[in-house]
Design a protein around this ligand. Structure first.
Ligand code: BEZ
Ligand code: FE
Length: 328
């Protein structure tokens, strides 16, 4: 074990020396990555307070805000995820961790409504039980960046009911609905019947909703369908497809929309209706998803990290694909 860093006696701390001294005492940490994360966090937090001349009341209001986020959270209500989402942090972290070559499907925000109890259904199943929803036939494929089908991918799919609520938002939820897991077949295909997605507001009856209001922002998300793709050796893809023309397309409260993820719905023609046992003239969504391998993503992520750190003038090395200072 390395000898503990020499730390100063913590006396007479001032606006000007509190930051290096906090970092110095934390530098006893043996975990290089944690030490680096904490040193940047402390530095940015302290600079924030100095730059804004943060008042004691504002500091306490912020702490109470965080307490409120904790108090309203439970197994199905994740206020801190919402906070991260409306601050643009979720999208930023996903973009850093899952960079995409141009031909592959881009990621989007996970949100707080994915669950682990969705039933695994065979191709062609109905995953939505809401009788008020407009049926939507989804015919999809999963391919690699060279256009080859990827079989055996586990795909989690979830959406709201026609009232804009996820099943977990109903207090009388007995079983999962408007969600399922499918597995791509030997030709990389999966297909199912859902309902036409609707726009809905993110939960805004808590601290995050109040913050949005103070910021003059609305809580709405454009209509979308969530997808999560998992297969060993393939980059985990969390994404969503957004319905073109939604009134919130360009002002999503959580910054999840990307041009490449906006889709047009079609009408089911007679042949497709027959083949998929669906109503002719009903809504049709056809989409080809493109996955990248873990190796492809890791390589791109490392290259991006090295470039970004060099641009920031930081002397860093990557350990387990994460930056730590070159010289300690
Ligand atoms: C969602 O799309 O399910 C979602 C994403 C972020 C915050 C709230 C909901
Ligand atoms: Fe959603």
């Amino acid at each position: 074990m390395a000898a503990p860093a020499k730390v100063p006696a913590l006396l007479d701390l001032t606006i000007d020396n509190i930051t290096p001294n906090t970092n110095r005492i934390n530098s006893q940490c043996q975990d290089q990555r944690l030490k680096y994360l904490m040193s940047r966090l402390v530095t940015h937090l302290h600079d924030f307070a100095r730059e804004t001349r943060l008042s004691s009341d504002e500091w306490m209001a912020a702490l109470n805000f965080l307490v409120g986020c904790g108090q309203i959270s439970n197994d199905v209500r994740h206020e801190f995820i919402l906070l991260s989402d409306i601050l643009g942090l979720s999208l930023l972290v996903d973009s850093i961790n899952h960079p995409k070559p141009p031909s592959s499907t881009e990621g989007s925000v996970l949100g707080p409504f994915h669950t682990h109890d969705a039933p695994t259904l065979p191709n062609g199943s109905k995953m939505a039980s809401d009788p008020e929803g407009e049926p939507l036939l989804c015919i999809c494929t999963v391919k690699d960046t060279a256009g080859r089908p990827v079989a055996g991918v586990k795909i989690d799919i979830w959406e709201t009911d026609s009232s804009g609520h996820y099943d977990v938002q109903h207090s009388n939820r007995e079983e999962p609905s408007e969600r399922c897991v499918m597995v791509s077949d030997s030709e990389g295909r999966f297909w199912f019947t859902g309902i036409k997605p609707v726009s809905y507001p993110i939960p805004h009856d808590g601290p995050v909703g109040k913050l949005l209001e103070r910021l003059g922002r609305h809580p709405w998300r454009p209509a979308h369908l969530h997808f999560m793709f998992e297969k060993e050796n393939w980059d985990h893809l969390i994404t969503a497809l957004y319905m073109r023309g939604d009134p919130y397309e360009t002002s999503d409260a959580v910054f999840g929309v990307k041009k490449s993820l906006i889709v047009d719905l079609d009408k089911v023609d007679a042949a497709t209706a027959k083949e998929y046992d669906f109503t002719e003239g009903g809504h049709l969504l056809k989409h080809d998803f493109v996955l990248t391998t873990k190796e492809e993503t890791e390589k791109l992520r490392d290259e991006n990290a090295v470039k970004a750190l060099a641009e920031l003038g930081l002397r860093m090395k990557l350990v387990d694909h994460l930056p730590v200072p070159e010289l300690d």
